[in-house]
Design a protein around this ligand. Structure first.
Ligand SMILES: Cc1cc2nc3c(=O)[nH]c(=O)nc-3n(C[C@H](O)[C@H](O)[C@H](O)COP(=O)(O)OP(=O)(O)OC[C@H]3O[C@@H](n4cnc5c(N)ncnc54)[C@H](O)[C@@H]3O)c2cc1C
Length: 380
């Protein structure tokens, strides 16, 4: 086992950190308050190759692996989780579904635009009545000659309002249950397709999350993504990789909260000394640092296995479950270490505390991760 980062990975972390400090940090509060989608920053990330990190160079990607991808998501989220989730949904959900299931023509047409950041992608599985039970999808795609007619709606789609292309799941054969759901590609100007209500969220407010609506959308056969009836099964594989990015999102925000708490504990004085000299505060910092380390080990193990082409259902669910629950605890303690100042917006921990909660919900709740892991354990 090798626990060291390569010199290239260290350099990558430095570059993303510098970018985040210069281009994101000065605007974080304003974007959060006004729910401003950071479009210009996302375009710059595209130019730097960070919107297509894990894809082959022949499709405009950076040809990197999941460890590098996790480093990128972590460093962006250490400053603003909203930017982290925008990049994650674009990369490991939308683009990756096209990379894994798409035809050569679809990859040339869509992936090349997504990896450069010229286009933004979104991925719609969740529906109002089909959340954890995503196989309960109600949106339908019916044949009309060669074409498909899609009707229905999706909820909670990250990037919905800024996406140029959307990968969405719809039922093509209700009787076939999990093997009767197919994936389709929608371009933003497809007649009958539009982004609906944008949610007003607790956290990650600079990311746009909302409804996607299909009203008699006519799609030619070229817009079926992957094999007919295999869209849900492909989605489960896509989520295996996606969960590595949610773990990285959680680690990034937890690291941001920890860094702020450590710095604050050294300068805040009470009873004539820095609060970092109190054992109660030291123990909090120790537990936070330990949970961060453990989260990284689980996450980079899953990332390394992804890069080796192994199935990571169990490992990515463990990484996501542990890192997200740990990050909620770390952000909570970071607020506590700040006392009353942790409760106001002048300090960054207030935002981390709100933002990080999503990680225990998105791409499968903690309860669903336990269900996924239990199935794997019992299968073995
Ligand atoms: C900010 C944000 C961004 C998102 N982005 C996307 C996106 O880009 N694309 C997308 O498709 N979806 C996205 N989602 C949706 C997300 O994946 C779902 O919210 C999540 O899977 C849970 O579904 P639900 O909200 O319907 O909750 P429900 O499924 O209704 O769950 C409610 C509660 O019941 C529990 N529960 C449900 N079933 C079980 C069970 N069998 N055993 C034990 N407990 C159970 C859950 O754990 C939860 O605590 C996003 C959500 C948010 C909030």
């Amino acid at each position: 086992m090798d626990f060291d980062y390569t010199p290239e990975q260290i350099q990558l972390r430095r570059e993303v950190r510098e970018f985040a400090a210069a281009e994101i940090a000065p605007h974080v509060l304003e974007w959060d308050e006004n729910q401003t989608f950071p479009l210009a920053v996302i375009k710059k990330l595209g130019q730097l190759g960070y919107m297509g990190a894990i894809f082959p160079e022949e499709y405009g990607g950076a040809g990197l692996g999941y460890i590098e991808y996790a480093i990128i998501i972590e460093e962006l989220s250490r400053v603003d989780g909203s930017v982290g989730i925008i990049v994650a949904a674009h990369t490991s959900l939308c683009s990756n579904h096209i990379a894994k299931a798409g035809s050569e023509e679809q990859k040339r047409k869509y992936l090349t635009k997504l990896t450069s950041g010229e286009w933004i992608g979104c991925w719609s599985l969740t529906e109002p009545e089909a959340g954890s039970d995503a196989a309960g999808t109600r949106s339908t795609a019916m044949r009309d000659g060669e074409d498909w007619i899609v009707n229905g709606s999706k909820t909670f789609t990250t990037n919905a309002h800024y996406a140029d292309v959307c990968v969405a799941m719809a039922v093509t054969d209700r009787a076939a249950a999990r093997h009767g759901i197919s994936a389709f590609l929608f371009e933003k100007d497809t007649p009958g397709f539009h982004a609906g209500k944008k949610e007003n969220k607790l956290g990650l407010r600079a990311s746009a999350t909302g409804e996607v609506v299909f009203s008699n959308c006519r799609l030619p056969p070229s817009q079926l993504l992957g094999k007919q009836g295999e869209g849900f099964i492909d989605s489960l594989r896509i989520l295996d990789g996606g969960r590595v990015s949610i773990a990285a999102l959680a680690i990034g925000m937890a690291q941001g909260a920890y860094d702020a708490a450590l710095g604050y504990a050294k300068v805040r004085r009470q009873f004539g000394r820095p609060i970092s000299e109190f054992q109660a505060i030291q123990h909090k910092l120790v537990d936070m640092a330990m949970k961060l380390d453990a989260s990284r080990l689980l996450t980079y193990r899953a990332a390394k296995m992804m890069d080796a082409g192994k199935r990571v259902t169990r490992e990515s669910a463990m990484a996501k479950l542990f890192a997200s629950e740990a990050a909620v605890e770390i952000a909570n303690e970071a607020v506590q270490i700040h006392g009353g100042y942790g409760f106001i917006k002048d300090y960054p921990v207030e935002k981390f505390y709100r933002d990080v909660k999503l990680c225990t919900i998105g791409e499968g709740t903690s309860e669903i991760q336990r269900l996924v892991i239990a199935r794997q354990l019992l299968k073995d």
